[in-house]
Design a protein around this ligand. Structure first.
Ligand SMILES: [Zn+2]
Length: 291
């Protein structure tokens, strides 16, 4: 099987339910096995402690490039393809190159109105270089008025009560934030509200593609404290690098229905895999919802 035959469409393969995912998985067994062979061949040629490069085409640099990989952040014998494959040009890893590319596919004009639900990250600096009017914020804690600017220029927003007017943005980009919001359905409705008709939400969060229902790991009690229903999981937080932030959910396919109930016209989990574009490893996924 040629590489071209096993590459997925650069626009992603949209799937809308657990049933669709299971059908795709069963029908694609030969392709999935061929992709796995690509990973195994690259891993077996990678020396211990060494690094190697995968030649391809970077959609961010828009030119031929080489994506470097090594054993950093890996499990034994398994390269962490999602967090490696840094482009020789833009230095972005697999996950970040894909995010930038998908955002650019959906909002091709540099004067598009974008909102990113993060501000203190290198990713936002890259986005701002492409979208000079980008709005960005962090959640700075309870009791602050949404839209407040800290003296250092950091904007506070609460995704469950955004300060932006209806229909402000062409695209909202939210990466690994939704799982930290107890009332995530309210957050989806707010992100929908601030989008223009025809606008897009591009979102990532911990997803379990093998289940429909969400795994609720913690819930908020009336006294404001979290009750843990699973061993607490904390994720890195640029606002609180010392303690991280609690993860309330691992999402299942129910998230597609939640998007529709929040007012989105359509929503799908898009799967990505392309050797040419340096998006290899277990299929990368992003949720894209259309207003
Ligand atoms: Zn690049």
């Amino acid at each position: 099987m040629t590489n071209k035959a096993i590459d997925l469409d650069p626009a992603g393969l949209p799937l809308r339910s657990l049933t669709e995912f299971q059908g795709w998985y069963a029908d694609s067994a030969a392709h999935i096995a061929a992709r796995h062979q690509v990973h195994v061949a690259l891993e077996s040629s990678l020396p211990e402690g060494g690094s190697s490069g995968l030649p391809g085409w970077c959609a961010v640099c828009e030119k031929d490039s080489t994506f470097s990989f090594d054993w950093l952040y890996s499990a034994p014998g398994k390269v962490n393809w999602r967090e490696r494959l840094a482009c020789a040009g833009c230095q972005l890893n697999n996950r970040l190159r894909l995010s930038v590319d998908v955002i650019r596919q959906l909002a091709p004009l540099s004067n598009s109105a974008l909102y990113a639900t993060e501000q203190l990250t290198p990713f936002v600096r890259i986005l701002r270089s492409r979208y000079p009017t980008l709005a960005a914020s962090e959640y700075l804690g309870p009791g602050l008025k949404p839209g407040t600017m800290r003296p250092d220029g950091i904007r506070h927003e609460d995704l469950t009560q955004l300060s932006f007017s209806d229909g402000t943005f062409d695209l909202v980009a939210s990466f690994d934030v939704l799982e930290h919001i107890p009332d995530f359905r309210k957050a989806l409705a707010e992100m929908r509200r601030v989008l223009k008709p025809g606008g897009h939400l591009v979102l990532s969060a911990p997803m379990s593609l093998g289940v429909h229902d969400h795994h609720v790991r913690a819930r908020l009690l009336p006294n404001g404290e979290a009750e843990h229903l699973a061993p607490p999981e904390y994720h890195g937080d640029p606002v609180h690098p010392d303690r991280g932030v609690l993860c309330y959910y691992h999402f299942g396919w129910r998230l597609i229905e939640d998007c529709r109930e929040a007012g989105f016209r359509d929503a799908a989990i898009r799967l990505y895999w392309s050797r040419r574009l340096g998006h290899i490893g277990f299929e990368q996924s992003l949720l894209v919802a259309s207003a």
